[in-house]
Ligand binder design. Structure first.
Ligand SMILES: Cc1cc2nc3c(=O)[nH]c(=O)nc-3n(C[C@H](O)[C@H](O)[C@H](O)COP(=O)(O)O)c2cc1C
Length: 306
């Protein structure tokens, strides 16, 4: 019998297949397509302290090599999330990981207090310090000292396990991951989107309303995979891999690279039942490596000729 459970710090997930923030709505939208109770975890769209209108259209553009988005963290704020979205989410039976973003370090205690006061049904918090579409926010994911400071501040206040979601748009992702670990993160999520641009040359304008945005989908998989491997070789805390995963092989590559679990993002848009397929396939895929549990293969990628 294969054991699909995975431990992310003190949190045990029923399997390692989660859905990524911003690509699965608030789960209700996907209820007709996916058996939500089977997911290893659901990470709803990031919420912020105050509601945000988001960026001007166009907010998403398909390019020849991936999806470019600049949503700008459009959301109704944490109070609305906790009162209006959580009652449905807590009925689903799969772990709910609340994604939050802060504009400043000072906002963190306020966010943490709100979550602590009303966290029934929330399994963990994912601190999104890596959204490329919100001016100011990105510094937390590119400056190790700032990253450590925001993580420490959040960790001191929050009672739930704290995951920190990093950006691939840095010189050394290992340095940022180490800073998050020093700050007390219980796990690292890697990665968010790659900063990019699309241009309509006939109109001589950017195609996104906000000019720049985040690239996602299969095109970024090698980048995210490399980030996970580098982080695995640097920190001791677990990693949740995300970036371009769109089939069974992609999932296995992330686990072998060092991820204890994976998040499926853009693939939900073009293959909405992918998560169910990946969960079903896992026992057979693990057996190919002679493994009976996910933990046995995490980080098993050997580097030869080095
Ligand atoms: C339309 C869209 C919206 C997103 N919104 C969020 C968000 O609110 N918070 C967040 O942490 N990541 C957000 N992401 C990033 C994804 O969670 C994921 O990290 C990224 O897309 C890479 O994974 P993928 O290639 O599998 O999509 C968004 C991605 C897309 C495509």
């Amino acid at each position: 019998m294969t054991n699909l459970n995975v431990n992310i710090g003190s949190l045990m997930l029923p399997n390692p297949v989660l859905v990524a923030s911003g690509t699965f709505g608030y789960a209700r939208e996907m209820a007709g397509l996916v058996d939500l109770s089977r997911l290893g975890g659901i990470i709803p769209k990031t919420v912020t302290l105050a509601s945000r209108a988001g960026n001007p259209p166009l907010r998403t553009v398909e390019t020849s090599s991936g999806l470019l988005n600049s949503i700008g963290l459009d959301n109704d704020g944490i109070d609305e999330f906790l009162t209006d979205k959580m009652p449905y989410l807590r009925t689903l039976g799969s772990p709910i990981i609340l994604s939050v973003a802060a504009k400043s370090v000072e906002e963190c205690p306020v966010l943490a207090n709100k979550i602590n006061a009303d966290c029934s049904g929330v399994a963990a918090v994912e601190l999104n310090i890596s959204c490329p579409n919100v001016s100011g926010g990105i510094d937390f994911a590119t400056e190790p000292a700032l990253c450590e400071r925001i993580v420490t501040t959040m960790k001191e206040r929050i009672t739930l396990p704290l995951f920190v979601k990093l950006s691939p748009n840095v010189t050394s992702i290992a340095q940022i991951a180490l800073a998050a670990e020093r700050g007390g993160a219980d796990a690292i999520c890697a990665t968010n989107t790659c900063f990019g641009m699309a241009i309509d040359w006939r109109r001589q304008t950017p195609r996104l309303g906000n000019a720049y945005g985040g690239l996602s989908g299969p095109a970024i998989k090698p980048i995210a995979l490399r980030c996970v491997h580098q982080i695995y070789n640097s920190v001791k805390i677990p990693i949740i891999g995300v970036g371009g995963i769109s089939n069974e092989d992609d999932m296995m590559e992330f686990l072998v690279a060092g991820a204890s679990a994976v998040q499926i993002g853009t693939a939900n848009f073009f293959d909405p039942t992918i998560t169910m397929r990946l969960i079903d396939a896992l026992p057979k895929l693990l057996a190919e490596l002679g493994a009976k549990s996910v933990a046995e293969i995490v980080g098993s990628c050997k580097i030869v000729n080095r």
